[in-house]
Design a binder for this molecule. Structure first.
Ligand SMILES: Cc1cc2nc3c(=O)[nH]c(=O)nc-3n(C[C@H](O)[C@H](O)[C@H](O)COP(=O)(O)OP(=O)(O)OC[C@H]3O[C@@H](n4cnc5c(N)ncnc54)[C@H](O)[C@@H]3O)c2cc1C
Length: 442
């Protein structure tokens, strides 16, 4: 790479980083570089997820306002983009069930949230036990929400398509380079130190930094003095692949009302993927690092993470919380025991036979932010200063919301004169980013 000076550097090439790059290069002539530590973009959470374009009924319109807005807008944007590119977008709907009678009240609340978040009554139905049985005869439940406006996709394929568009529009990518340090200079520039896999150091100069480093985003933000009171905890979501004979067991993915509702984890679901194969998962096993897919990496992160947790006194109240500890115990148990994991779904899909599950799926890690009082932060956080923007706590439905959130961020940078608008978007009139911005900021 010849160039060492950029208008904008994006740190992290997951689905969010590449979507921001896509909208930046469609709407401006800024010289943009995306830095990704892996060989390929979207190698972590963005390809290690359930692959759903989530409907917004799970998100409280007040405490999870951004997630709710971007989930609503994400559906039509991914549908439009997939159709344009000939990428599979399977509009298959989803069923959320009440395992117990008392969960019906939660379904009603979800229904209301869905409508408040923009779903129309034709898209979302509240069904009783018998009505659910007619759609999914193999499911055992007390009632359900059937949402038709929900889809299955492969976010790795979508990310790669965005990458091609980004490169075609003049964006640049530096793979296999990790950002290790960022310093801000008096002349309003950021000096970014990067390192290759074999330890070679380089320096890049940028007028502005966008931090989309997923599980590392809090570390990058701290380099700007941002997010200092926060801490991140990492949870590995594991899956089991279902045998082929179960592919016709249901026509929809089936989610259930989580047992513990005070924490941001869903119970494992029955998942019908975009290509038709089925999986069970994810659970949420606490791990020490954002890439702790295996024992060795987990062990490597054990000491630094424990030290960090130890000094954050606010976190102790969470660690003393009996409900949280019981949740952790269950999740850890479901990591070690296939039986416990499958049982969580067998409860509502009794035809499953644990012995027939022999292959683990690809696990993904979510990094959740906790505030200084030990509370999970419910929504994504967009924090910034004059030289940088940081997208933190970007969890599910983050893949669903990547296009609308990116369009919003780029419009914000135009309003703030960080970049100048040059519309290369006009020829196919795909997106009106001013409308998307107002829709999210509403
Ligand atoms: C188990 C699981 C299931 C999920 N299912 C769904 C779903 O069905 N639907 C949905 O909408 N969402 C889902 N999500 C959430 C969704 O996958 C994430 O919100 C989304 O992928 C986050 O994208 P990202 O680009 O912010 O992060 P990432 O995909 O983690 O990308 C960040 C990138 O930054 C790079 N990076 C980090 N640090 C550095 C550095 N210092 N230098 C250079 N590069 C760096 C990393 O290598 C990585 O590629 C799920 C998440 C999990 C964990």
């Amino acid at each position: 790479m010849q160039d060492k000076k950029f208008d904008i550097v994006i740190v992290g090439g997951g689905i969010l980083g590449i979507s921001i790059g896509y909208f930046l290069t469609l709407n401006s002539d800024a010289n943009v570089l995306l830095i990704e530590q892996e060989k390929n973009i979207s190698s972590h959470t963005s390809s290690r997820n359930t692959g759903k374009v989530h409907a917004p009924f799970l998100y409280d319109p007040i405490t999870k306002k951004i997630f709710a807005r971007i989930a609503f807008l994400g559906y039509s944007m991914w549908e439009t983009y997939s159709n344009l590119k000939g990428i599979h977008f399977k509009q298959d709907g989803v069923i959320e069930i009440a395992k117990e009678e008392k969960d019906i009240l939660v379904l009603k609340k979800y229904f209301e949230w869905g409508i408040k978040n923009g779903l129309e009554e034709k898209d979302i139905l509240l069904l009783n036990k018998e009505e659910t049985k007619k759609i999914e005869p193999n499911i055992r439940c007390n009632g359900s929400i059937y949402c038709k406006r929900d889809a299955s996709v492969d976010y790795r394929i979508l990310s790669n398509s965005l990458k091609s568009d980004y490169l075609a529009n003049g964006g640049k990518i530096l793979n296999l380079h990790r950002v290790t340090r960022i310093e801000t200079k008096k002349d309003n520039n950021c000096i970014i130190e990067i390192i290759t896999k074999n330890g070679e150091k380089k320096i890049i100069d940028s007028k502005y930094v966008i931090n989309t480093a997923g599980g590392n985003s809090l570390d990058i933000a701290r380099q700007f003095g941002i997010g200092l009171g926060l801490i991140d905890l990492h949870f590995r979501g594991e899956y089991w692949l279902a045998p082929k004979e179960y592919e016709k067991l249901t026509s929809h993915s089936i989610y259930s009302i989580p047992k513990q509702k005070n924490f941001p984890f869903l119970d494992p679901h029955w998942i019908v993927k975009a290509d038709g194969h089925c999986e069970i998962g994810p659970n949420a096993v606490p791990v020490f690092g954002p890439y702790s897919y295996n024992f060795i990496d987990n062990l490597r992160n054990f000491i630094p993470k424990t030290k960090e947790i130890f000094v954050k006194k606010g976190l102790w109240s969470l660690l003393y919380n009996r409900e949280f500890l019981s949740l952790l115990t269950n999740e850890i148990a479901s990591s070690f025991s296939k039986h416990i994991m499958i049982q969580r779904v067998k409860h509502f899909l009794p035809a499953l036979d644990t012995k027939k599950f022999n292959t683990r799926g690809t696990s993904g890690i979510r990094s959740l932010l906790i505030d200084d009082k030990g509370n999970f932060i419910p929504d994504t956080l967009l924090l910034k200063n004059s030289l940088s923007m940081h997208i933190l706590n970007y969890n599910s439905p983050g893949a669903t919301g990547a296009l609308p959130l990116s369009a919003m961020i780029v419009q914000e940078l135009i309003y703030e004169k960080v970049i100048h608008k040059v519309d290369k978007n006009n020829h196919h009139q795909l997106w009106n980013i001013e409308d998307i911005y107002s829709n999210i900021k509403l």
